[in-house]
Design a protein around this ligand. Structure first.
Ligand code: G1P
Length: 289
C-alpha cells in the first residue's frame, strides 16, 4: 500500500528555545530564508506525500498561515511588480494539501500521533518531527519509503550516537537484516547511559502501520509522565515486524540552540544563491579564530 499522508506534530511549547519562542512557534524559526517547518514539509513533498496533517495547539496559527494564501501581501507584491517573490509565495501555498488537528493537552508524542488517527484512517502513514532537520539526497523519508515498498511494515529512522547520550533519545535494539536495515527487538525511551549496549538512536522520521492507533489507545504514560510513541512501538513490535533504518545523511537537532546553529551553517553553505559567498566568509572567520 502507498504512503500518502504525513503527520507532523507541531504542538510542542519550544521551551528549549526560550525566549525566542515566547511569541512565535519554534517551527517558524528561520534557517537561511525559510522557517524550519518548510524544510520538513518540502521533504515530505519530495517523497511524494500528498497530504500533511499538522498536530497543532494554541498559539501555532502562524504555521498554518505560512502554507496558506496571503492575498493582501500578494496584491501588494503584484502592484510593485515583484513577480518573483509573488511566485515564490504562491509556490509555498500550493506545496501540498494541509489539514490541522488540535492536540488539546500536552500529553506526549504518542498522544500527538493518536490525535491524527481520524484524518489518517486505516492506511500506513509517515511521521516527521519538526526538530529533526535531515540533510540528505534522496531525502530521509524517501529512503524510508523505498524500504517500505519492499517490507510493507513500520520503519523507524535511526542514527548512531555516543553511548553516554542514550538518555536523549529513543534507543532501538535489533538484529541486522541487510545493509542499513535492522529488525527491531526492543525499544527504550531515553534510557540512562550504561543501561543499554545499543547506540542506535531514533531520529524523528517514521513510517507507521495504522495498528499503532489501537495500541496508543491503551498506552500508559511512560518516560516523563507522557504517552510515548516509543512505548507503543514496542507493543507493535511484539505483534508484527518493525524495522530500524540507518538513513544516509546528516541530522540536525534544530530544537536545540547548538543544533540549530549547525543547521544554519550546513544549509547556508549549500544555499544555491548565497552558499559560495558564505563559504568564503566562514573560511575567513575560521582563519581569525
Ligand atoms: C522524540 C522521541 C524519541 C526520539 C526523538 C528524536 O523525543 O520520543 O524517541 O529519539 O524524538 O528527535 P523528543 O526529542 O521529542 O523528546
Amino acid at each position: 500500500m502507498n504512503v500518502r499522508k504525513a503527520v507532523i506534530p507541531v504542538a510542542g511549547l519550544g521551551t528549549r528555545f526560550l525566549p525566542a519562542t515566547k511569541a512565535i512557534p519554534k517551527e517558524m524559526l528561520t534557517v537561511v530564508d525559510r522557517p524550519t517547518i518548510q524544510y520538513i514539509v518540502e521533504e515530505a513533498v519530495a517523497a511524494g506525500i500528498e497530504q500533511v496533517i499538522f498536530v497543532t495547539s494554541e498559539g501555532k496559527s502562524a504555521i498554518e498561515d505560512h502554507f496558506d494564501y496571503n492575498y493582501e501581501l500578494e496584491t501588494v507584491l503584484k502592484e510593485k511588480n515583484k513577480d518573483d517573490l509573488c511566485e515564490e509565495l504562491c509556490h509555498i501555498s500550493n506545496l501540498i494539501d494541509i489539514v490541522a488537528v488540535r492536540q488539546k493537552k500536552p500529553l506526549g508524542l504518542g498522544h500527538a500521533i493518536w490525535t491524527a488517527r481520524k484524518v489518517v484512517g486505516n492506511e500506513p502513514f509517515a511521521v516527521l518531527l519538526g526538530d529533526d532537520m535531515v540533510l540528505s539526497d534522496p531525502p530521509c523519508i524517501r529512503q524510508m519509503l523505498e524500504l517500505f515498498d519492499d517490507v510493507q511494515e513500520s520503519i523507524i529512522a535511526v542514527q548512531r550516537v555516543p553511548l553516554d547520550q542514550t538518555n536523549q533519545y529513543g534507543i532501538v535494539e535489533g538484529t541486522k537484516k541487510r545493509d542499513r536495515t535492522f529488525r527491531v527487538e526492543h525499544l527504550f525511551e531515553k534510557p540512562a547511559a550504561g543501561t543499554t549496549t545499543s547506540d542506535m538512536a531514533i531520529i524523528g522520521r517514521y513510517i507507521l502501520q495504522p495498528d499503532i492507533f489501537d495500541i496508543l489507545d491503551d498506552t500508559e504514560p511512560g518516560h516523563g509522565g507522557e504517552i510515548q510513541l516509543t512505548d507503543a512501538l514496542l507493543s507493535l513490535a511484539k505483534k508484527r515486524s518493525i524495522y530500524a533504518y540507518e538513513f544516509e545523511g546528516t541530522r540536525y537537532d534544530a530544537g536545540d540552540k547548538l543544533g540549530y546553529l549547525k543547521a544554519i551553517i550546513a544549509f547556508g553553505l549549500r544555499h544555491p544563491v548565497i552558499g559560495g559567498e558564505f563559504q568564503e566568509h566562514i573560511k575567513e572567520v575560521c582563519k581569525n579564530l
